[in-house]
Design a protein around this ligand. Structure first.
Ligand SMILES: [Zn+2]
Length: 317
């Protein structure tokens, strides 16, 4: 049996998985990211952790096929991180070379949502498919586009950055500085902003009832979904508004790559059927029949392990 290390670098923690070529996770671990120590020191610590885990599991170096890694930010050729979205590290850092030299293994790196999408194709909801759109609906929106079995990166590593497609000209402000981005409408943050603005003129609803009972009276996207599940009209209107925008945004990508499967993960996707049923219905109005006839829109399967499993998948591809 051969093994792969899958690594997921987040703002707070770096997660490690030792995964065999059947996709089974033999070991899970994590260390604090401590990005303030700089990139070189961080990759030293990653190399040490890899060695520690290998020895712990008593695996020969020659049985390790490589190290896959997911990072937040655009990546070129699965080697060079154009910039790290969370850390003030150097730009255009060839992580593949850097960690390769420190460990002696083959190293492949990709954007975190691309990695999650690769994981869903290897072991999750899109298993075995070659035409896939992966979507992370969370605080922000990320995408991973797989066409003809390959992740699309483009010339600057921004391929699949669907969160910043303009879906409403001159629309709501986005964190990226543009107006009308997909993310400004359908991310958890976008849903919360829309809800706050509606609550400022209407408090006779179950969302407000939930919010006032909380210690810190701040709207969370989950409050809207919880109220909607109780049949609250105010909340259901917000769900309709949000799923309209999700369907519209996704349909744009459907007309470019015509995928067979759209896999949606992230915190917002946990809302479940109340979200998915509407997206599946509404997307028809925005799409040519050929784009939706065979399309499956599915919730992601791998959850918290998507990052390490997907990172390992990079080495097998
Ligand atoms: Zn934006």
């Amino acid at each position: 049996m051969k093994y792969i290390f899958g690594i997921d670098i987040g703002g707070t923690n770096i997660k490690f998985g030792l995964i065999n070529t059947d996709g089974k996770i033999l070991l899970n671990d994590s260390i604090k990211t401590k990005s303030e120590l700089g990139s070189d020191k961080t990759f030293d610590r990653i190399a040490e952790e890899i060695e520690k885990l290998r020895v712990e599991k008593n695996i020969e170096k020659s049985d390790i096929l490589g190290v896959g890694m997911g990072i937040p930010g655009p990546v070129l050729n699965q080697e060079t991180v154009v910039f790290f979205a969370n850390f003030p590290w150097e730009e255009n850092l060839n992580v593949s070379k850097l960690l390769g030299e420190k460990t002696g293994y083959k190293v492949k790196v990709d954007n975190d949502v691309n990695v999650i999408t690769a994981g869903e194709v290897w072991q999750g909801a899109a298993k075995g498919h070659t035409e896939v759109l992966g979507v992370a609906l969370g605080t922000g929106i990320g995408g991973g586009v797989i066409s003809n079995g390959k992740l699309i990166a483009g010339i600057g590593g921004a391929g699949g950055e669907i969160g910043h497609m303009t879906i409403v000209p001159n629309g709501k402000l986005c964190g990226c500085g543009k107006k009308g981005c997909f993310e400004a409408y359908v991310s958890a943050t976008g849903i919360e902003r829309e809800t706050e603005s509606r609550l400022s003129i209407n408090k006779k609803n179950k969302v407000w009832d939930i919010v006032v009972k909380k210690e810190i009276q701040k709207v969370e996207a989950k409050d809207v979904f919880d109220a909607a599940k109780l049949g609250d009209k105010f909340a259901l209107d917000i769900i309709d508004y949000t799923t309209d925008h999700i369907a519209h945004g996704l349909s744009i990508v459907l007309h470019i790559t015509n995928p067979k499967v759209v896999v949606i993960g992230g915190g917002v996707a946990l809302a479940g059927d109340i979200l998915f049923d509407r997206i599946r219905e509404k997307i028809k109005a925005y799409s040519l029949p050929v784009c939706v006839e065979e399309l499956k829109i599915l919730p992601a399967k791998l959850g918290n392990e998507a990052g390490i499993v997907g990172a390992a998948a990079l080495i097998l591809n």
